[in-house]
Ligand binder design. Structure first.
Ligand SMILES: Nc1ncnc2c1ncn2[C@@H]1O[C@H](COP(=O)(O)OP(=O)(O)O)[C@@H](O)[C@H]1O
Ligand SMILES: [Mg+2]
Length: 233
């Protein structure tokens, strides 16, 4: 279980002080699907950055099980081993090939070239992009780039997949394909999903929806059974 515990995040000092997250707490059970929704500026990205250790809270803590991701462990190592992150802007290396982009997290972990190529090709197969493996990343369409970013996030088989507006830059067809892929990973591998989205239909597919407003959790709605929720939706 991943927990965000009484996290407050402030930016700036004195007169310029701004509270982006205000005493946010939530537990995310392994294998669950979770949506975080809220207006622009409500603190969604800040919450994801802190929950993945990319940013530090001003107060409060993030725990993976019993252990703080900041105190006991090397945070970057923890992230590399446990978390896949899909950003809204894809952050691909345009001049590198698709397969090189996907293999990058494995390279950072010191996996040898042959093994990382094999795993990257498997991840590309999962997102339906095997035929583009040798292409330069910059030559792909928006939807294809997003799928490369997803392949790169899942190539390490993370137990937690975090996505910041994963369908925000996509047309409805590509968006639906990306969505289905995320939920497939949850069902097949038990990957915990944490998805920031503006898309209420996507949020409804999740077993849990957290509404943020002005850095605070305003609603936290968990469905008992996914199927039940779908019927009532
Ligand atoms: N590095 C920063 N310095 C100052 N303010 C920031 C910084 N990052 C985010 N903020 C502010 O914190 C608030 C929450 O931002 P963010 O988490 O990106 O919102 P969201 O993802 O919901 O649109 C916004 O008002 C934003 O301007
Ligand atoms: Mg954001």
């Amino acid at each position: 279980m991943l927990s965000i515990q009484s996290v407050t995040k402030t930016y700036g000092k004195k007169d310029n002080k701004f509270t982006a997250l205000d005493n946010v707490s939530a537990d995310f059970e392994a294998g669950t699907t979770n949506a975080i929704i809220g207006k622009s500026g409500s603190g969604k990205s800040t919450m994801l950055h802190i929950m993945t250790g990319l940013d530090r809270p001003s107060s409060g803590d993030i725990k993976d099980g019993e252990a703080s991701i900041f105190q006991k462990t090397d945070t970057d190592k923890w992230r590399g081993e446990n978390v896949g992150i899909i950003f809204q802007s894809f952050f691909l290396q345009g001049n590198d090939s698709v397969v090189e982009n996907v293999a990058l997290p494995l390279k950072l972990k010191g996996v040898n070239r042959r093994a990382r190529n094999k795993q990257a090709m498997e991840a590309l197969e999962q997102v339906g992009l095997l035929d583009k493996a040798k292409n330069k990343a910059k030559d792909l369409s928006g939807g294809q780039k997003q799928r490369v970013a997803i392949a790169r996030a899942l190539v390490t088989k993370p137990k937690i997949l975090v996505a910041d507006e994963p369908t925000g830059n996509l047309d409805s067809e590509n968006g639906a394909a990306v969505e289905n892929l995320l939920f497939e990973l949850n069902q097949k591998l038990g990957t915990t999903l944490l998805i920031v989205t503006h898309d209420l239909d996507l949020a409804k597919r999740c077993s849990r929806v957290i509404f943020l407003k002005d850095g605070q959790v305003k609603k936290d709605i968990a469905k008992k059974h996914h199927d039940e929720g779908e019927k009532n939706a």
